[in-house]
Write a protein that binds this ligand. Structure first.
Ligand code: ADP
Ligand code: MG
Length: 305
């Protein structure tokens, strides 16, 4: 009896040990996600106030207004040619507006050139990925840091102490955002050899390394497979939850419905509808327009959305 009791005592102890070991393992598996929790981000409010822009006789944007808040994903959707990229170009200083104003945290950024807009805290990806050749993943992200830091050419050429200080900070920051987007294992690979999904994550990392106040994403999800999409989606959610202001230009309606807190629908350069996912999903006009777009996507990409 004592022996049996002993065995069962040992048995219970063993079971408990196994149980807690299993719990620890599960915990360890979850750890990378938990470890990658983003530190609080200082998102800033972005206001587009009555922007109009014509290219010759083509009125690309007509009196477009929107507000993107920190800690929210603000989606911008609409058919091809409706003006989404043009609006991002206006915000990031590539084009001058015919009328209207863009404000960041209450301050007008009207008339600033792209480099100054970036330094003011607005960072963007481009619809066509433009990852430079012959640079490693780490170097590409570091370059984003230098662009934001204005490291003087003189101090770089002369390798002054400031250069080394900035270089160390650039590497540290680049490493931080690479682990955030899950590309740390690829840091020494050539950037242009990465598969599309990782190239997109790299572009987001290059934006994040400058600690932007506003992140503009132009169709970052297009062409990604389901797994890649999931990684990107989780990243956007984490950035949003950490307080980032995220403006998402996106074709994939289902992804937008899942991610966006606020949705603006553009048609022929004008805001045709604005609301949360539920409102936009049930908006008759949007449904009609998007059914058209879905058929287009099915033909082009075999999507079954
Ligand atoms: P979307 O990103 O929604 O597909 P775009 O913003 O790229 O749409 O285009 C909106 C309209 O503006 C289109 O008619 C396009 O031809 C026009 N457009 C955009 N950029 C230029 C430009 N640099 N010069 C002339 N027309 C342009
Ligand atoms: Mg576009």
């Amino acid at each position: 009896m004592v022996f049996a009791g002993g065995i069962s005592g040992v048995g219970i102890w063993l079971l408990r040990r196994l149980d807690s070991a299993a719990r620890a393992r599960v915990g360890a598996e979850e750890a990378p996600e938990a470890a990658a929790v983003v530190e609080p981000l200082d998102g800033e409010e972005l206001v587009v106030d009555g922007i109009s822009k014509a290219f010759g006789g083509n009125q690309a944007l007509k009196d477009v207004s929107l507000v993107a808040e920190p800690g929210q994903v603000t989606a911008l959707i609409g058919p091809n040619g409706s003006g989404k990229t043009t609006l991002l170009n206006m915000i990031s200083g590539f084009y001058k507006a015919d009328s209207g104003e863009v404000r960041l945290g209450g301050d007008s950024i009207q008339g600033k050139n792209p480099a100054d807009v970036a330094r003011a805290g607005i960072s963007r990806t481009f619809q066509t990925p433009n990852v430079p050749e012959k640079l490693t993943v780490l170097e590409v992200v570091e370059s984003g840091y230098y662009a934001a830091e204005k490291a003087s050419i003189l101090s770089s050429v002369l390798r002054l102490p400031k250069y080394w200080r900035v270089k160390r900070a650039a590497t540290a920051e680049a490493d931080r955002v690479l682990s955030l987007v899950g590309l740390d294992a690829q840091r020494h690979e050539l950037a242009d050899s990465l598969p599309l999904g990782n190239r997109r994550l790299l572009e987001v990392a290059r934006c994040l390394v400058s600690s932007p106040r506003v992140l503009l994403l132009d169709e970052v999800a297009s062409g990604l497979d389901e797994d890649e999409l999931e990684v990107l989606e989780r990243l956007i959610v984490r950035l949003r939850d950490a307080g980032q202001t995220v403006v998402l230009v996106e074709h994939n309606f289902q992804l937008v419905l899942r991610l966006a807190d606020d949705i603006y629908v553009l048609a022929q350069g004008q805001v045709m509808a604005h609301g949360d996912s539920h409102e936009i999903e049930h908006n008759e006009r949007v449904r009609a327009e998007y059914l058209g777009i879905h058929q287009e996507i099915e033909v082009e990409e075999g999507s079954d959305v």
